[in-house]
Design a protein around this ligand. Structure first.
Ligand SMILES: C[S@@+](CC[C@H](N)C(=O)[O-])C[C@H]1O[C@@H](n2cnc3c(N)ncnc32)[C@H](O)[C@@H]1O
Length: 384
C-alpha cells in the first residue's frame, strides 16, 4: 500500500481496479467519473463487456432469481461496475459522495453495481442537452432494400467533404432523401438522445449523525451554496409576491426562506440544462432560469460534447465531457480542499475541472494514448 501523497494530483496509467488496490483506506473525498456504459460504444473495446466473466456464485444468484442472460454482456457490465466500486468504496471516506455518469439505456445496471458495492443511491442528476444525434435504423429503407422496392427521391443535397476528414475538402457528398411505400415506412429503432444521468451515491456514514460525520471526516454533505442557480439581472428573491420583504426565518422555516440566502441564487435541483435554444424552448417563457445551465455542445450519440478549445489540441477521445458541467459537479460533491478520484479519466476532463475549481485530483486511465492527452491538457492549464 502506498501513501495518498504518492497519488495526489497525478494521472496513473493502468487498470483502475489494480491501481485502486494500492490506495490507502478512507483517503479520498469523492469520486466523479464517466465510466463505460456497456454498449460497445462506436466499437470501442473499453465499452464492450461481452468478454468479462461474471463470478460463478453471482451467476447462480442471478439464475435463482430468474434473471435472463443478455447477449449484450450487460450483466457482465454490471459486474464490472460492482467489482470496481467494491474496491473504490474502501478508499473513499465514510459519507463521501460519488457522481457516476450513466446512459439512460444502461443506468439501471450502473446503479445496481454501485448499490451492490455498498453505496447508497441518493439521487440522480439529469443533464438535458439539445443536439444529440439519433442513431436509429430506418426500417422502411432497410425493408425496401431487402425486397428490392424502388424508393422515390424527395430531395437531393450536395455538400463538400470536411477539410481534414477522411474524404478531403474537395469531395462532394450527395445526400438523397427518399420515401418508400411499405407499411414500415417511418419506423425506426431509437430516439434522439437528449438526457444523460449522473448517479449521486454516498458511502454510508461511520458516525451516528451527519454532523458527527462531517466533523470527523469532512464528508457527508453536498455544497449547496457553491451550486446555487445564479439569479438574472434585477431579480430580487427577498421580495414576496405582495411586494413586501420576506421574513427571515434563518432558512429553517417551511414557507419563507432567509433573505440573504435566496439572493445568493436558487436552490440547486437535480435538473441541469445545456444552453441550447432547443432546450430553452422546452420551457414556458423565462422559466428555464429556475435551473442550472452548463454550456455544452452536444456530443453525437453519447451526450454533451466539449468545444474544441476546452478539449485541447489533438484530443481525439470519443467521449470528452464539457468542462463547465464537470466544474459544477466538482463544486457540488468535493469538500473544500478535498481530493477527487476519477478512475476512468479518459482525456482528463474531471481532473482539469477539479484543478480549475481548486481541488486535488487523482486520475486513472488504462489507455496510454488518453493518459498522454490528459497530461498535455493539465500541463497547458498549469502554464495558463
Ligand atoms: C467514457 S471515457 C471517459 C472520458 C472522460 N470523461 C473525458 O472527458 O475524456 C471512459 C474511459 O475509461 C477508460 N477505461 C475503461 N476501462 C478502464 C479500466 N478498467 N481502468 C482504467 N480506465 C478504463 C477508457 O479507456 C476510457 O478512456
Amino acid at each position: 500500500m502506498k501513501t495518498i501523497e504518492e497519488f495526489t494530483n497525478k494521472i496513473i496509467c493502468g487498470d483502475c481496479l489494480e491501481v485502486i488496490k494500492q490506495i490507502p483506506d478512507n483517503s479520498i473525498d469523492s469520486i466523479i467519473t464517466d465510466p463505460p456504459a456497456g454498449i460497445a460504444f462506436m466499437g470501442e473495446d473499453w465499452d464492450d463487456f461481452t468478454s468479462v466473466k461474471t463470478t460463478k456464485s453471482q451467476l447462480i444468484t442471478w439464475m435463482n432469481a430468474g434473471v435472463k442472460f443478455s447477449s449484450a454482456g450487460l450483466l457482465e457490465f454490471q459486474e464490472f461496475i460492482y467489482l470496481t466500486f467494491s474496491e473504490a468504496i474502501r478508499v473513499v471516506k465514510p459519507g463521501s459522495h460519488i457522481l457516476v455518469w450513466a446512459l439512460p439505456r444502461t443506468s439501471h445496471h450502473t446503479a445496481m453495481g454501485l448499490e451492490r458495492a455498498g453505496f447508497e443511491i441518493r439521487d440522480k442528476i439529469y443533464f438535458v442537452f439539445g443536439s444529440g444525434f439519433p442513431k436509429s435504423l430506418n426500417i422502411g429503407k432497410a425493408v425496401d432494400k431487402l425486397l428490392g422496392n424502388t424508393r422515390e427521391v424527395i430531395s437531393k443535397q450536395e455538400r463538400s467533404g470536411r477539410s481534414g476528414g477522411i474524404l478531403g475538402k474537395d469531395t462532394k457528398i450527395i445526400h438523397y432523401k427518399t420515401k418508400g411505400n411499405s407499411e414500415w415506412e417511418g419506423y425506426g429503432t431509437a430516439l434522439k438522445p437528449a438526457v444523460e444521468e449522473w448517479i449521486l451515491a454516498r458511502k454510508p456514514l461511520s458516525e451516528k449523525t451527519i454532523t458527527d460525520n462531517v466533523l470527523r471526516w469532512g464528508t457527508g454533505g453536498i455544497n449547496i451554496d457553491a451550486c446555487r442557480v445564479p439569479l438574472q439581472e434585477g431579480e430580487d428573491l427577498s421580495i414576496n409576491r405582495e411586494g413586501d420583504k420576506k421574513l427571515d426565518t434563518n432558512n429553517r422555516g417551511w414557507g419563507f426562506k432567509a433573505v440573504s440566502r435566496d439572493n445568493e441564487g436558487r436552490f440547486p435541483s437535480h435538473l441541469i440544462l445545456d444552453e441550447s435554444e432547443e432546450v430553452d424552448n422546452l420551457f414556458p417563457k423565462n422559466t428555464s432560469r429556475y435551473f442550472q445551465h452548463c454550456s455544452a455542445d452536444t456530443r453525437i450519440f453519447y451526450g454533451n460534447k466539449a468545444s474544441k478549445k476546452e478539449k485541447g489540441e489533438g484530443n481525439n477521445h470519443p467521449t470528452v465531457k464539457s468542462l463547465s458541467l464537470m466544474q459544477y459537479l466538482c463544486r457540488l460533491v468535493i469538500p473544500t480542499g478535498g481530493i477527487v478520484l476519477d478512475p476512468f479519466a479518459g482525456s482528463g476532463t474531471t481532473l482539469i475541472a477539479a484543478c480549475q475549481e481548486g481541488f486535488n485530483f487523482i486520475g486513472i486511465e488504462k489507455e496510454p494514448k488518453y493518459c498522454r492527452i490528459a497530461e498535455e491538457r493539465l500541463k497547458n492549464l498549469i502554464q495558463e
